[in-house]
Design a protein around this ligand. Structure first.
Ligand SMILES: [Mn+2]
Length: 262
C-alpha cells in the first residue's frame, strides 16, 4: 500500500474496500505513514496495534523520528511528538526496516519493498544488506544517526564511504531517490516527473536483477509519478492521497491494484 501521509480515514476505507482481514491478510506499507495529512497519530497507533501490518521507513517517518529524538513538535507532527505514548511510538518506529523482501509462493514472484527504490548499482541482496547496516546504526545510536542524517551530500555511492556519510547515502537512496545519472549520482532537488540534463528516473537504468522476470520493485515516495513507470516490474504506489488524489494498494498474488479516492 502506498504513502498514507496521515490520511487515516482513506486508509480505513481502502482496508474496507479490499475486505481486509487481520487473520488472513498481510499489509505492507511503502512508508511515509505520517506528515502532511491530519490524522498521523491515529495512523501510527493503528499500525502499532496491528502487528501483522508491516512498513518500511520513509523520509517523513525518519523526520518524525528525528523530532521525537529531540522532543520537538513541528507542524503536523506536533501531535505525535506531544502524544502520551510518544516513547512507545519512538521505539516502534526505530524498529521498522528500510527494506523488505516478500515472496509469493504460488506465483514464485519476489517483491522488494522500499520507500523510494533500489538504485541499479545495488542488487536486491546488496540493498538488503546496506539497509540492515543503516538500521543497525540507527538502533545503536539513534540520536547521533538522526542528527547527522540530513543533507544531500555525498551524492554518489562509493563502497569506501564510512560513518555518517555512508549511512546518509544509504538512507538517501532508499528513502529519497527519484532521479539519478549514469554514475548513480542523486538529484534530490527534482520532485517532478520530468527528467532534466543527464538525470533519469532510477528505474530507467538496467542491471541483471532489474531484468529478472520474477522480481518486482515496489516503492512509494514519488507522488508526481503517479505510478507511471512504463515497466510492470517497477510499481510505484504513491498516488498522491494527501494531495487529494488516491490511495492505492497492490495485491501481490495477481498484481491487481485497488484504490480509493481522497
Ligand atoms: Mn517520501
Amino acid at each position: 500500500m502506498g504513502d498514507v501521509h496521515g490520511c487515516y480515514s482513506q486508509f480505513l476505507r481502502l482496508l474496507d474496500k479490499i475486505d481486509y482481514s487481520p487473520s488472513m491478510d498481510k499489509i505492507i506499507l511503502t512508508g511515509d505513514l505520517v506528515n502532511r495529512g491530519n490524522e498521523s497519530l491515529a495512523m501510527i497507533n493503528f499500525c502499532m496495534n496491528n502487528p501483522e501490518i508491516k512498513t518500511v521507513l520513509g523520509n517523513h517517518d525518519l523526520y518524525l523520528l528525528y523530532l521525537l529524538s529531540i522532543n520537538k513538535g513541528k507542524g503536523k507532527l506536533k501531535q505525535i511528538v506531544n502524544a502520551k505514548n510518544n516513547k512507545k511510538i519512538y521505539k516502534w518506529l526505530l524498529g521498522r526496516p528500510l527494506f523488505l523482501k516478500e515472496k509469493d509462493f504460488i506465483s514464485g514472484n519476489t517483491f522488494f519493498i522500499t520507500h523510494a527504490g533500489i538504485p541499479e548499482i545495488w542488487s536486491p541482496s546488496k540493498a538488503g544488506k546496506l539497509a540492515k547496516e543503516a538500521s543497525n546504526a540507527l538502533k545503536q545510536n539513534p540520536k547521533k544517526f538522526l542528527e547527522s542524517m540530513w543533507g544531500d551530500h555525498p551524492r554518489t555511492w562509493n563502497e569506501s564511504l564510512a560513518g555518517s556519510d555512508r549511512n546518509r547515502m544509504i538512507v538517501n537512496y532508499l528513502t529519497r531517490m527519484r532521479f539519478i545519472n549514469q554514475a548513480a549520482t542523486l538529484d534530490l532537488k527534482n520532485a517532478s516527473a520530468d527528467s532534466s540534463d543527464n538525470f533519469r528516473p532510477w528505474f530507467k537504468y538496467s542491471n541483471k536483477s532489474y531484468q529478472d522476470k520474477q522480481y518486482y520493485y515496489i516503492f512509494g515516495h514519488w507522488a508526481a509519478l503517479n505510478g507511471r513507470t512504463q515497466n510492470k516490474h517497477f510499481i510505484g504506489l504513491d498516488t498522491g492521497c494527501v494531495w487529494k488524489e488516491k490511495l492505492t494498494a497492490l495485491r501481490l498474488e495477481d498484481l491487481r491494484k485497488f484504490s480509493v479516492k481522497y
